[in-house]
Write a protein that binds this ligand. Sequence first.
Ligand SMILES: [Ca+2]
Length: 520
Amino acid sequence: MCHFLAIAVAGLSCGLPFGFPFGFSFGFTRSLPAAGPAAPQARDARPSTPSMPSTPNLVVIYCDDMGWGDAPGFAVAGFEPPAYTREMPNLARLAREGAAFRHYYSAQPVCSASRAALLTGCYPNRIGIHGALFPDAKTGIAAEERTLAELLRASGYATGIFGKWHLGAQEEFNPTRHGFDEFYGIPYSNDMWPARIGRQHPELPLYDGLRVAELVRTMEDQGALTAKLTRRATAFIRARAAERRPFFAYIPHPQPHAPIAAGAGFTPASREALYASVMREIDWSVGEILAALDDAGVARETIVLFTSDNGPWLSFGSDAGSSGGLREGKGTTFEGGVREPCLLRWPGVVPAGAVSDVPWMSIDLLATVAAVVGAPPPAADRPIDGRDARAVWSCAPGAKPTQDAFYFYYHANHLEGVRMGRWKLSLPRKSRTLDGRPGGTGGGEAAYIERAVPLALFDLERDPAESQDVKDAHPEVLAELMRHVERARADLGDALVGREGAGRRACGRSGSGHGAAARE
Ligand SMILES: [Ca+2]
C-alpha cells in the first residue's frame, strides 16, 4: 500500500511492544545503522551525524482544525483541491523529502481530546480527557500520566512547546509541569476570549512558562501569533542544536481554528481569501522550521511530523478548511473529522516521496518514539494504547496498520466508530451536520443540526466518502467488527450503551477543582 519504490527491509516487526530489537536497511540510496534500544545519550556526547539515530530530534507541527484536504496531495479521487494547496511550497517540500500518510488519524475530532492522545499514547477517554477544556475548567492531564515530553526529557532531550496547550489551564496543568522545559503560547483555544464567548471569560493570555507575558486582545494580536510562535520555536531549535543536545519541539499552531487571522505579510486580497492566507502563513512557518534545521545542520537527524488535531470546522464556511472529499468535519467521527493530513520526514528511515495508505493514529507516536530512544515501558498500572509505527513509517512492504482496530470515540465516552483494515463500522448515534447547507461567511457560523445516523459498514477503499452501507453484503466483516466493539466497550466503556469500561483512569483535578468544563 506504499506507492513508492521497492524497499528491501529485513528484521521488521509491527505491533510489538516497544523496546524490541530493530535493525534494517534500505536497498536503494542509503543504508541505515541499527536503531536498537540504546542508553540515553549524555547531553554533551551527542554525535552530529545520524550515526546514532536512537536520539533523533523530534519536531511536531500540529495545526488546529486543518482539514485533510488542506495540504497538497490529500484529496479523494475526483475532488478538486482548494487552490491554496498549490501555493504551499514548504508542505510540498516535506512531502517530497518525506512521506505522505493518507490514512493517519487523530484519536478524536476535538481539541483537548486529540492533544491528550498525541502526548500520552492513550485514547483520551482512557485518561479522562474529552471535549475542549474551557478557561474555567478545573481539570487537566493527570500528573501520573507520562507525556511524550516527560519521556524524552528522561532521555536527555530539551523540550519546548510553542503554541496551544489545551490540556488544562490551572497552574498544575501548565506544560512546564508535564515535561516541557519551555512553554510559549496560549493555554486553550484562540476563540476562548471575551470577543466570542462572553465577558465572563478572561482575556486570552499568552504564556511564557508559568507567567502571562501579554494578552491577546485583538484580531491583530491573533494574527501576530503564528510569527511569534515560529520565532520562538526556531530560536529554541538553533540554541539546542548549538548545544548539541537532542530536542523535542512541539509547535501546536492556534490556527486555522476560528477566528482565523493572518499576520503581517499575509494580508489577503479580500476577506474571502483570508483562510488561504492563514494556510500560506502556516506553510511559511513550516519553511522557517525547516530552514532552522538546515542552518543548524541537524535536518538529517530530525524527525519532522506535520499534521492537525481534527478536521475543518465546517460551520464557519469560508473561514474553514476542506476535508478533501471525506465526509463531514470537526466534531464528528466520520472521516472528515478524524482523518488528518500527515507529512513525516526522517531522512534515512522514511523514504522520500512515498505515499502510504497504511493506517496509523496519533496514539502511536509516543510508543514509536519510545522505541526509538529505548525508553522504559509504561508503568504496569498505566498501560497505553499506541503501538510502534516504525514499520509503517518506513513504508516497509507488507506493513500492517499499527492497530488491529482503531476506535473512534467522541463526547464524554461515546464509541461511534471502528476501523479495521479497509472497513469502518459506523455505530448508531446522533451526529452533527450542516445537512448540505453552506457554512457561514466572513467569520459567521451556520447552525449545525443533530441527525440520527444508523449502523453502517463502509468500505473505505471503494467508498472513502462513507456514502454506501455494505453491511448486508459482508456479514462476516460486521461480526468481526462487533467483536472489536465489545472489546472496546469492556475496556474503555461506551456511554451510548451504558457501559463503564474497566480500563479508564481519572483525569487530573485542580486542588481548587469543582468539576470539568469541557464542551464539544
Ligand atoms: Ca481543533
